[in-house]
Design a protein around this ligand. Structure first.
Ligand code: ATP
Ligand code: MG
Ligand code: ZN
Length: 300
């Protein structure tokens, strides 16, 4: 799998150079300004594009997207993970790819970074995370579009997109620019989050992106002291399942809150990359369920 990526990349000249914010901005105003128009991008080498989203912030989209991508990679699939959270990129931290500067091919395509068996790219690989946080809408749309059009992934089975929360410029640009095969909506079981699930499903319906399913995250806290499942988020074991049934969408996973998941994320080694880690298992189940759900969508 790794050799696949390496041979693929060796076909292009690895012109390693630092891509600063200024070069990106210059590109948006120059070559790419015309790309703001909503014509759909084709990614012919990518079999399936999956967007991981939620209207509510902080529910675990980036953690789910990362562990899903790495789990798919562990299943020997060719996987790319693209961070589309321009204001708050998390993927470099989650994958431990925080060194700045990425490769650029001879034909000026960004070359994603290979780690934990997948390829990934984030604006956080190009600029300091503290910079670029005050971009206006059109710049964000330009950055999203450039990341989509100007990245050389090679052949991929799955491209997983980590979205920012909400229904803003990124989601609109994305839906207008790219054919997305399936979306996943991440939520916690909290009542407050559930209202946002309905909004998310409605948004994807409006832009004609199929919803492959709901991922329930932080469903319970597996307590090491009393060895019971604490329902610390409110809601109950049934609340997301009932909602999913009501709106005709599958719940693809229930993922526990485990401090080790947060710690591993901060260390840049996702639990799904640690095959022996028992907390990797729910993400592998999720990956299998996603494969199944996405294949169902394709058959329609
Ligand atoms: N299942 C889990 N167990 C433990 N911690 C988790 C779990 N899922 C997410 N977290 C932690 O919760 C926090 C928020 O997660 P994450 O950044 O993935 O959410 P997000 O939805 O992408 O946030 P944002 O809306 O800001 O993009 C992080 O500190 C992460 O490590
Ligand atoms: Mg995030
Ligand atoms: Zn307890």
């Amino acid at each position: 799998m790794l050799s696949y990526f390496t041979s693929n990349l060796s076909n292009t000249v690895l012109n390693k150079k630092f891509l600063g914010l200024s070069s990106l901005v210059r590109n948006f105003h120059g070559d790419h300004a015309k790309d703001f128009l909503p014509d759909k991008i084709e990614l012919p080498d990518v079999s399936r594009v999956i967007a991981v989203s939620s209207c509510k912030g902080g529910v675990g989209k980036s953690t789910v997207a990362t562990n899903l991508a790495v789990s798919l990679g562990q299943l020997n699939l060719r996987v790319g993970l693209l961070d589309l959270d321009i204001y708050g990129p998390s993927i470099p931290t989650l994958l431990g790819t925080t060194e700045k500067g990425i490769g650029v091919s001879e034909d000026k395509k960004f070359l994603p970074i290979e780690k934990h068996g997948i390829l990934s790219l984030s604006i956080g690989n190009m600029i300091e995370q503290t910079k670029g946080l005050i971009w206006r809408g059109p710049l964000v749309s330009g950055a999203v579009k450039q990341l989509l059009t100007d990245t050389f992934w090679g052949k991929l089975d799955y491209l997983v997109l980590d979205l920012p929360p909400g229904t803003g410029d990124t989601q609109i640009t994305l839906a207008q620019s790219l054919k997305i095969d399936a979306s996943l909506i991440v939520t916690t079981p909290q009542r407050l989050a559930l209202a946002d699930v309905i909004r998310g499903v409605e948004m994807f319906k409006t832009v004609e992106v199929p919803v492959a399913g709901i991922v329930e995250n932080m469903s319970w806290f597996q307590c090491p002291n009393c060895n019971t499942k604490h329902n610390f988020m409110g809601g109950d074991a049934q609340s997301v399942k009932d909602l999913a049934a009501k709106i005709g969408v599958n719940r693809l996973a229930q993922l526990p809150y485990v401090p080790e998941i947060a710690v591993s994320s901060d260390r840049g080694v996702p639990v799904s990359a640690q095959i022996e880690n028992p907390f990797a298992k729910p993400y592998f189940q999720l990956a299998n369920n996603v494969i199944e759900a996405v294949s169902q969508i394709k058959k329609k």
